[in-house]
Design a protein around this ligand. Structure first.
Ligand code: NDP
Ligand code: GDR
Length: 342
């Protein structure tokens, strides 16, 4: 019998890679999608199968983390072995504009899902998408023992989700874990996160379609890894005997300025000729430096990331240049196969 997984946030960057990974492992995968007036499934269209066919492995269901009753009916219907809660309003800057909505989805949404598990007849293992943003103002290096100091409505909502996941593990003996993931990116990254914003702009500038790129604070340091490797770590966290929380990170930090420099240089451009400052991209409170220590994941899960932030910048530039030429297809697998990090 195939294992059954339920993924919230399947239409996002991580959801698409995780669905791919689990389908590759023979899972039956169920994803929660939101009803929207336009299609929002472009990241998983290549995985879609006609539901009328035989042996279909990917199933999509309408639902929303704001609708607790729907989550109960879904859990009863699907009876998953594993639940991955990846859904969130995940943009830090936007969380200052929409703090209440962020709290409702990114915070309360998690307890709705945990309560739905308790209210349903099933006892799946549960993965919560926690984040390095929890560390906020606490300086690096950060590991599983580092104190939290959230610096945004997003991080405060994720802090609630972190603790409620831990509480349900202790209170109800649930297999519920937090993956505390540092920034991870890919050619599927949302266009308004800084890495993708930069690599898309590099492609457009190179093609003569754009001249300038407006940026906020380029001094912050992030530990950027490759999303496809991080979803493997999520899965591994649910395959061990005891539920525990884990940091996933590369262990290396670079500045946004470094990412700009590498990205532009990879296309033969000088970043300083194209960057302009716009204060609208600043956050009221910034997170200056995040650099994770993934030793525990390495020792207990055998999880080792292989792609650095600088390599990622080059990989994403190549993918965005190709996407501009050939249309926005999900070409990153092809790119990786022929990837030359030099
Ligand atoms: P994305 O922003 O790409 O995807 C978010 C997903 O959540 C989308 O599928 C979105 O649906 C869905 N969603 C948003 N609100 C709701 C809701 N109310 N009900 C149901 N679904 C909803 O995020 P990533 O893939 O980058 O990240 C996955 C998770 O990991 C997020 O929780 C994020 O906060 C967390 N995280 C991410 C890190 C990173 O570096 N990428 C690092 C650490 C944690 P739709 O497509 O319809 O908008
Ligand atoms: P982050 O990612 O806030 O770390 O959260 P983001 O890419 O948005 O910002 C990284 C850093 O770049 C600076 N920055 C800009 N950011 C954006 N988006 N746009 C700009 O123009 C810009 N200029 C400078 C930011 O100030 C920041 O310092 C991501 C999300 O995926 C979260 O969901 C996740 O939890 C964390 O990573 C880990």
């Amino acid at each position: 019998m195939s294992k059954i997984a339920l993924i919230t946030g399947i239409t996002g960057q991580d959801g698409s890679y995780l669905a791919e990974l689990l389908l590759g492992k023979g899972y039956e995968v169920h994803g929660v999608i939101r009803r929207a007036s336009t299609f929002n499934t472009h990241r998983i269209d290549h995985l879609y199968e006609d539901p009328h066919g035989v042996g279909v492995k990917l199933h999509l269901h309408y639902g929303d983390l704001s609708d607790g009753v729907r989550l109960v009916t879904l859990l009863n219907e699907i009876a998953p072995d594993e639940v991955y809660n990846l859904a969130a309003q995940s943009h830090v800057r936007v969380s200052f504009d929409e703090p209440e909505h962020t709290a409702d989805t990114t915070g309360t949404g998690t307890v709705r899902l945990l309560e739905a598990i308790r209210a349903s007849k099933v006892r799946p293992k549960f993965y919560q998408a926690s984040t390095s943003e929890l560390y906020g103002a606490t300086p690096p290096p950060q590991d599983e023992e580092t104190p939290f100091y959230p610096r945004s409505p997003y991080a405060a909502a994720k802090l609630y989700s972190y603790w409620i996941t831990k509480n349900y593990r202790e209170a109800y003996d649930m297999f519920a874990v937090n993956g505390i993931l540092f920034n991870h990116e890919s050619p599927r990254r949302g266009e308004t996160f800084v890495t993708r914003k930069i690599t898309r702009a590099v492609a457009a500038i190179k093609a003569g379609q754009q001249e300038h790129l407006y940026m906020g604070n380029i001094d912050s340091i992030r530990d950027w890894g490759y999303a496809a490797e991080y979803v493997e770590g999520m899965w591994r966290m649910l395959q061990v005997d005891e539920p525990e929380d884990f940091v996933l990170a590369t262990g290396d930090g670079i500045t946004v300025r470094d990412f700009l420099e590498v990205s532009f240089a990879h296309a033969g451009l000088n970043w300083e000729d194209h960057i302009k400052y716009d204060p609208r991209y600043l956050r009221p409170t910034e997170v200056d430096a995040l650099i994770g220590d993934p030793s525990k994941a390495k020792a207990k899960l055998g999880w080792v990331p292989t792609i650095s932030g600088r390599e990622l910048a080059k990989l994403m530039v190549v993918a965005d240049i190709e996407a501009l030429k050939h249309g926005d297809k999900w070409i990153d697998k092809v790119q990786l196969a022929s990837w030359d990090a030099s």
